[in-house]
Design a protein around this ligand. Structure first.
Ligand code: HEM
Length: 421
């Protein structure tokens, strides 16, 4: 009989998982992760991870983990209970453990309540014209490049820039600082990998110092010269919560500003680049959508489903439990595989078909208490950009498939998408 906490899965299964994960860090695996999701799901809904814990591959099981109250995020308290707590001592890892996706109730609840829904309908409507203008400006730049050189990189000219300009505008971050923010974001992200190497952690540590210096100074300046912006609002709120402890207020304001900014960049850039790649690699798709612009939101949802920008997310069992028939002991880690879940044929029939009208399900923005704070903003950016791309570039097409950063597993990054028109 299997008792809670037993190591399940055969040696062959574990070898298969290792080999699939290796493939994910290769050009071939990044270019087409679908066979990897197939391979993982073929091993079961809940698959033993080689280093302990489990991968969750089935849609229902992933949804249960993300939304269920008996699952927590791995916070500082959980790290300290582990047999090897030193594994989480790297400065870059500790920096991330203080942020929203690594906080549990009551601290998490308190921070999310204070933020409210920053992108409710009214706010989105007020932001929309500005996002449209920013997208139009970037597409002017794309047009110029295409005219001058006959080709352009859609990622560096548009997809990476729109999220940066949008979040920069929202938080009133000077445009001359944007390139620096994007640069440390790309390097900091390694601390959030599943098993970062020492050298990756060192890269992350340097980026973390730059990130801390940058946002600390930004907050100091905003305190000195308050504006009528979101960041000033956060400063007022947290100063009032900690009237006698400026350091505590500054810490929360830093954690929120830093994390919300970096969380909005690579993720949205992948969505925007993927949307253009999926639509233009088959010109009939773009042509169809041009004739049926009422389906632009559906195209965005199918892009989010087909290739989630966040690949893995981790939770830990709050108590001994059973997940899709697998007994899981309290404190065990499970890694939700968003792509495998979205390509589960039990939830999305013919899952590998990119079908704008499928009305399929995905978990790309997570679920439950930690549901992505910026989902509505990311969708708005995608909708505005796609609308204009379809109108302005009827013959836009990729010169080759996108290039990916192969050193990543947890966060996908498209490094370039060469296009012509
Ligand atoms: C396509 C773009 C995006 C994707 C795919 C994405 C995906 C995700 C995912 C998977 C999570 C974890 C959810 C969970 O644990 O259940 C998350 C959390 C989060 N996202 Fe996003 N995100 C995107 C854009 C954004 C943007 C634009 C912002 C900010 C403006 C943002 C801010 C956050 C924050 C603050 C959290 C932490 C929420 C919490 O733990 O309470 N994201 N996102």
């Amino acid at each position: 009989m299997t008792t809670v906490g037993d190591i399940r899965g055969t040696v062959q299964d574990r070898r298969a998982v290792i080999s699939l994960l290796r493939r994910l860090r290769s050009d071939e695996g990044q270019a087409d992760p679908l066979p990897i999701w197939e391979g993982m799901r073929a091993l079961g809904d809940v698959v033993r991870a080689p280093w302990g814990g489990y991968f969750v591959t089935g849609f229902e099981a992933c949804s249960q983990v993300l939304r269920g109250r008996n699952w927590l995020v791995p916070d500082f308290a959980w790290q300290e209970r582990q047999p090897d707590p030193e594994r989480w001592q790297a400065p870059a890892t500790r920096e991330m453990t203080r942020t929203l996706p690594r906080l549990n109730a009551p601290t998490h609840t308190c921070q999310r309540r204070a933020l409210g829904n920053p992108f409710d309908r009214t706010t989105l409507e007020s932001i929309r014209p500005r996002v449209a203008t920013l997208a139009a400006g970037l597409l002017d730049g794309l047009e110029e490049r295409l005219r001058a050189d006959g080709e352009a990189d859609f990622v560096t000219t548009v997809a990476e820039q729109l999220p940066l300009l949008t979040v920069g505008d929202w938080l009133d971050i000077p445009p001359e600082h944007h390139a620096h923010i994007l640069d440390f974001t790309h390097r900091q992200v390694y601390a959030q990998e599943l098993l970062p190497t020492k050298s990756e952690l060192a890269v992350s540590a340097r980026a973390t110092l730059e990130m801390r210096a940058y946002f600390t100074e930004l907050i100091r300046q905003r305190r000195a010269r308050p504006g009528n912006d979101v960041l000033t609002g956060w400063i007022h709120h947290w100063d009032a919560q900690y009237p006698d402890d400026r350091a505590a207020a500054d810490q929360v304001i830093y954690d929120l500003t830093m994390f919300i900014t970096i969380a909005s960049l690579e993720t949205s850039a992948v969505l925007l680049a993927n949307a253009v790649w999926f639509l233009t690699q088959d010109p009939s798709r773009a042509a169809w959508l041009r004739r049926h612009p009422q389906h632009i939101d559906d195209a965005v949802e199918e892009t989010l489903r087909y290739d989630p920008p966040v690949v893995v997310n981790s939770r830990v069992a709050a108590d001994d439990t059973v997940l899709a028939g697998t007994p899981i002991a309290k404190d065990t880690t499970v890694h939700v595989l968003y792509g495998a879940a979205a390509h589960d044929p039990r939830r999305n029939p013919a899952p590998h078909l990119f079908d704008i009208r499928r009305g399929g399900g995905h978990l790309t923005f997570g679920g439950g208490a930690h549901y992505c704070l910026g989902a509505a903003l990311a969708r708005l950016e995608a909708r505005e950009l796609l609308t204009q791309v379809l109108e302005r570039f009827p013959t836009l097409r990729p010169l080759e498939p996108p290039a990916y950063d192969t050193s990543r597993v947890v966060f996908r990054r498209i490094t370039s998408l060469r296009v012509t028109a």
